[in-house]
Write a protein that binds this ligand. Structure first.
Ligand SMILES: [Zn+2]
Ligand SMILES: [Zn+2]
Length: 298
């Protein structure tokens, strides 16, 4: 049995090496990888072939709005986007408690997508976002069901709500405005490319059959350009996964959730997802109340 396994592994390795040799001999981390792919693209797709591939790839890019945090203020509008402070709430909505440890949750922030130009994919929404830092279930059991370690309240219309008060035993930190003026480009995860542009996938498979996903990652870098910095806190666009892509589907329509907001831990504000993790708040544009929270790098 062991010998069989070994033989199979060797076979696979031989096949892979043969495939790499057939694809021009370059590996994704070699210096000559992009030049080799450029040459192959010219052969397969004619003069300027490589640029054609990069252009087609670039068409998948989606704008995201980089988050910057302003100075503490105390005259913030009720529905303005902000971190810390106190959230918007409607009649009969109390402060949420954690379904896992039953302690009061902490309010992380609220996001009003209605004020972001070009963002609301399907109408505006106000989202208030709570996490239980006491049990940290959101980071440890990611993705935890809503209510257990985290909670998002979605308001597709805003009526006569008010700011809800945190429980007595929690200290309220001053609200910090969350600005989203800078637009950055983001690219989809590999899983989505097939759904968005199957022709492009065919092209990439032709270019580098041994490892098309690594090819995609390399070409993504070419496409975003050398000055591109991964924006680690942003609204909309595609998630920039710190620990590998994660696909979450809507429970109602089964389609993959979109990114509402990606937020890094900000320890100085007490916003800490596990040990300095990044939170990915996902939502379904067709069912905005269906949210999911993925935490990575915690
Ligand atoms: Zn808890
Ligand atoms: Zn849905």
């Amino acid at each position: 049995m062991e010998a069989e396994k070994l033989a199979e592994q060797n076979n696979n390795r031989d096949e892979r090496q043969q495939a790499i040799a057939d694809a021009g001999g370059a590996r994704p981390n070699d210096k000559n990888f992009i030049p080799t792919m450029t040459k192959r693209a010219e052969e397969f797709f004619g003069p300027g072939g490589f640029n054609k591939v990069i252009e087609q790839l670039g068409a998948l890019a989606k704008d995201a709005h980089e988050i910057s945090i302003g100075k503490a203020v105390d005259d913030l509008g009720l529905t303005e986007s902000h971190l810390c402070g106190a959230p918007y709430g409607e009649a009969n909505q109390g402060w949420p408690h954690c379904g896992e440890c039953s302690k009061s949750m902490s309010f992380v922030g609220q996001l009003n997508t209605g004020v972001i130009e070009d963002f609301p994919e399907h109408g505006p929404g106000l989202y208030t976002f709570f996490v239980c830092f006491a049990c940290d279930t959101a980071s440890q059991d990611s993705p935890a069901p809503p209510g257990n370690g985290w909670l998002v309240r979605t308001y597709t219309t805003v009526s006569n709500g008010s700011r809800i008060k945190p429980p007595r035993d929690t200290k309220e930190t001053p609200a910090r405005p969350m600005k989203t003026n800078d637009v950055v480009k983001t690219m989809p995860q590999w899983d989505f490319v097939d759904k968005m542009d199957p022709d492009l996938v065919d092209m990439l498979v032709k270019l580098y059959p041994p490892d098309v996903e690594s090819l995609y990652e390399k070409l993504k870098d070419v496409c975003l350009g050398p000055d591109h910095e991964a924006s680690f806190s942003h609204v909309g666009g595609f998630p920039e996964w710190v620990a590998g892509e994660e696909l979450v589907n809507c429970k109602k329509c089964q389609s993959p959730l979109s990114l509402l907001m990606q937020l890094e831990s900000i320890e100085s504000l007490g916003v800490k997802f596990g040990d300095g993790g990044t939170a990915y708040l996902m939502y379904c544009p067709n069912h905005p109340a269906d949210t999911s929270l993925v935490v990575q790098g915690a």
